[in-house]
Design a binder for this molecule. Sequence first.
Ligand SMILES: Cc1ncc(COP(=O)(O)O)c(C=O)c1O
Length: 521
Amino acid sequence: MKTTSPSSPITEPPQAGRVPDSDQFRTPLFDAMVDLAESRKVSFHTPGHKSGKGISTRFRKYVGPKIFTIDLTTLDEVDSLQKPTGVIKEAQELAARAYGADRSFFLVNGTSGGNQAMILAACRPGDEVLVARNAHKSVITGLILCGARPVFFAPAFDEEWKVSLNVTAEKVRAAMAAHPGARTLILTSPNYYGISADLERIIPEAQARGLAVLVDEAHGPHLRFHSSLPLDALEAGADCCVQSTHKIIGGMTQASMLHLKGERVDRERLIRVLKSLQTTSPSYILMASLDLARMQMATEGEKLLTKTMQLAEEARARIAQVQGLDCFGRGAFREREIGDLDVTKLTIGVWRLGLSGYEVSQILNHRFHIQAEMADPFHVLVIVSIGDRKDDLQRLVEALRVIAREQPAGGPSDLARLSFPFLRTETMLTPQEAFFAPAAEVPLARAVGRVSAEIVTVYPPGIPLLIPGEVVSEEILTRLQQVLSLEAMIDGLNEENTHLRVVRESVVGPVRKQTLGEIQK
Ligand SMILES: Cc1ncc(COP(=O)(O)O)c(C=O)c1O
């Protein structure tokens, strides 16, 4: 953990090593794109809109003409993502320096593509892999592509805050002890709610046992740039991590980065995998946004994040005072030694109002024109970022006050009785075996006891309730019905949310009845 106390002010001087080196002001890829656009060369290459001349007029009128002049393709002047030797190479090297990586790679298919690449680079078919069950579905699709055998262990559900915490060092230790053959550990930290695992303890222990540690750090591209944020994965010693630059800082949607450190993950294989998974026509606009977002964070991240954290903390304090609402803060995590919290995430507990997070999210949107990042049965989650202003947060707090006033807390609420811990179930097949097995759709009520062929998630956050190979238990069916009745968005059932694809019994019957692994405690 970084060494600030829970109550320490957010404004702190940059730490040694965090002072930007002057190179970090450079944006080689973006500069080369602008130079090329301004040179007005005649283009007989893709994209077919030819610097916007062929783009639809409505599109050009709305966004203006300039953006199309930098919608480029792989050309000498702007380098190749598949085989970078020029400005993309330089931009990636600057990113690696800013993030403390040996190598950084630009991703144009989000963190989803990065998670898949990191798994394919580190694991082989049949390998036993320890996976924290709060993984995004892209971790599961990575396992499907790879054919590895996951052993899941789950974080605890906090009954007081009604939120899923992150995995503990003890859980990871138990998983490692029960599966000494595993060579890879996959964590998600921070989770969607900004709750990070105790990476400082977990990573060295896992590596000492010979495991490579891969971290889905989709929600942490900013952590490195402020000493009052939780420790980032690379600083804690992770071998590989993936970050959604687009989710939290200045990348454009889909733009993410993968960072590699050390020798535990094979660099050459990673490069081969990225070449296989990434498009041969990457968007230069997305890649430029990565170049610029890195420059922005490395040169003024501390200042921008200080302001962001102050805005978030002020809003948190005011929300926590509203009768019927909750908004946990960082201090409680430190006191209870349950990881750490990125304070730029506001997890607003609304269940005491007798309203679900989904309902409050709808009210905020339709009545107050405020769009939250995510809702769950108990909360609305708000991301506060370097793009937010004081007015935006004031509007949010005011709207929440009105909602709470009109819906006074204290009445009987079914939600208060609900609890959504991760559900354990038997695993009969690997995700890959189940994904490719002959399957059929059955009504949900008849799915109990069958093996899922699908990834079923509530979206967002996209954490699977069921993954291919897992047995549908009564409990899982009940949970599905509960979240459906709360009108959550479910992905992985049929269009009407009435049927699930399950592996045919003829396959599962003769297949070895083997629990692939579930760490219970
Ligand atoms: C923890 C986590 N990992 C990965 C992803 C996928 O990231 P992306 O949308 O950049 O593909 C998400 C998206 O919500 C996520 O929350």
